[in-house]
Write a protein that binds this ligand. Structure first.
Ligand SMILES: Cc1cc2nc3c(=O)[nH]c(=O)nc-3n(C[C@H](O)[C@H](O)[C@H](O)COP(=O)(O)O)c2cc1C
Length: 442
């Protein structure tokens, strides 16, 4: 197997093959108008997996977005749903509204309403639409997709779901999902924890610890998410055993994303310490920029309204902030890898730079002497090996070499076989070293 084949087979993971994409890169679905059809199509056209977010869209809007992606791309893409059920209806919203009125007076809005009505959810109809339209990938977050999985699969979709702990991931696997997104604590947006009764904190496990533990515990492939902004993060995710990386914040800075100008400027100037995990914006824990909206809610004695009532109470403020290009009262979800992206560029350029960075780093690794010896000693022997060289296959190669040397020593004896033993043992050790190296970055 040549060095180039080795690099390509490393990047084109088994999950990539199942999804029908060229690169192990998923553009995270981001509700709020950010993951536009143009962004999704551009990522898919560049060999990754683009994802639409259904949350906060009407049925007609989702239909238009799916049609638009299909007009722009013939490649696989996905649609994502948020499953968190509403918390109990708050009995008193007046106290919270008075705190939020500070934002309203800044933006020139009338004081907030003190009674809230949750609009009917379009999710059932949206889900039917996605199944009928044959969307290739369906993904879920913030809940157990159990009841939805079979229907999604019956439509031919590949099903993914996001978890923040191994226990939740095992539940998702038992529900029948095909791949699990490991959401590290660095991630922007809502924590995708399955059950979050009020007063219970969402687990905050960093990607470096979470991804390998999920990989070890699960039979289904893992996709790493959280703080991944460039090719180093994608490669690290693969090294940890993930079969792809899901990037959100990085794609907020794509020119095709729907993020507004002041949001982008803030992202470009932000640092790794500028975000907090808070319930103040929507009633569920989410990582976002620490702005005036969060400070005002934290400062009031009024209890935070549950999910999604807190977001509903502030809906007029959030919409007006975006309209006025004001970052202080908008919910600006964002991960921790902020310094790693300092400019806007097209999604195709982001994808090209991720791919170039991955190939460059793999070239350096494959070019190292121990890995070169591996490439001359091993040949692909079957589909699995061809797909992705793994440690067991390489150990078998090393074992075969060792037993060959041992047989030779018995039959030939003396000096010749001793020399052979020495040379083959060192060859075998090189293979083992190479296996270890390989394992370290596969
Ligand atoms: C602005 C924003 C909105 C998000 N909305 C969603 C969503 O609708 N559905 C979802 O599954 N994940 C959502 N996420 C979380 C992403 O799936 C992913 O976990 C996260 O972006 C990874 O961290 P990163 O932003 O550091 O790349 C959102 C993230 C951000 C930043």
């Amino acid at each position: 197997m040549s060095a180039i084949d080795l690099r390509d087979s490393f990047l084109r993971t088994a999950l990539c093959m199942r999804l029908g994409v060229d690169l192990p890169i998923v553009q995270a679905p981001m509700a709020g108008g950010w993951t536009t059809p143009a962004l999704v199509a551009a990522v898919s056209n560049a060999g990754g997996l683009g994802m639409l977010a259904a949350a906060r869209l009407s049925l007609d809007q989702l239909r238009e977005q799916i049609d638009a992606v299909r007009r722009l791309s013939a490649r696989p893409f996905g649609v994502n749903f948020l499953l968190a059920p509403p918390d109990a209806m708050p009995s008193d919203v007046a106290g919270m509204q008075r705190a939020l009125d500070a934002g309203r007076s800044r933006l020139g809005l009338a004081p907030g309403a003190t009674s809230l009505q949750l609009p009917p959810s379009p999710m059932n109809a949206q889900f039917d639409l996605v199944c009928q339209a044959g969307v290739p990938v369906v993904s879920f977050a913030m809940g157990d997709p159990g009841p939805w999985v079979d229907r999604a699969k019956a439509s031919g979709a590949f099903v993914m779901a996001m978890a923040t702990s191994v226990a939740d991931a095992l539940r998702l696997q038992a529900a029948g999902v095909d791949a699990i997104v490991a959401q590290g604590s660095e991630a922007g947006g809502h924590r995708s924890t399955l059950d979050l009764p009020s007063g219970v904190e969402a687990p905050l496990v960093g990607s470096l610890a979470l991804v390998p533990q999920m990989v070890d515990a699960l039979q289904v492939p893992v996709v790493a998410a959280g703080g991944i902004m460039d090719s180093r993060g994608v490669l690290a995710a693969l090294v940890l055993g993930a079969q792809a990386a899901q990037l959100g914040s990085r794609f907020l800075l794509a020119t095709e994303s729907g993020s507004f100008a002041a949001y982008r400027r803030r992202l470009i100037e932000a640092t790794e310490t500028d975000t907090v995990i808070t319930r103040a914006l929507t009633g569920r824990p989410a990582r976002a920029f620490h702005n005036e909206a969060i400070r005002a809610v934290d400062a009031t004695a009024a209890p935070i309204l549950g999910w999604p009532y807190q977001a509903l109470a502030a809906d007029d403020i959030y919409a007006e902030s975006v309209r006025q290009n004001d970052i202080e009262w908008a919910p600006l979800f964002e991960g921790q890898g902020l310094r790693m992206a300092r400019e806007c560029s097209s999604a195709a350029e982001i994808m090209a730079s991720l791919e170039a960075g991955l190939r460059e780093q793999l070239k350096r690794l494959v070019g190292s002497p121990s890995v070169r010896s591996l490439t001359t000693l091993t040949k692909p022997t079957g589909p699995a090996l061809k797909e992705q060289l793994g440690f067991p296959e390489l150990s078998a190669v090393a074992r075969k070499k060792k037993s060959f040397v041992a047989m030779n020593a018995v039959s030939s004896g003396l000096k010749v076989s001793w020399r052979l033993w020495v040379s083959m043992t060192s060859a075998s050790r090189r293979v083992s070293n190479a296996s270890c190296n390989w394992r370290c970055w596969s």
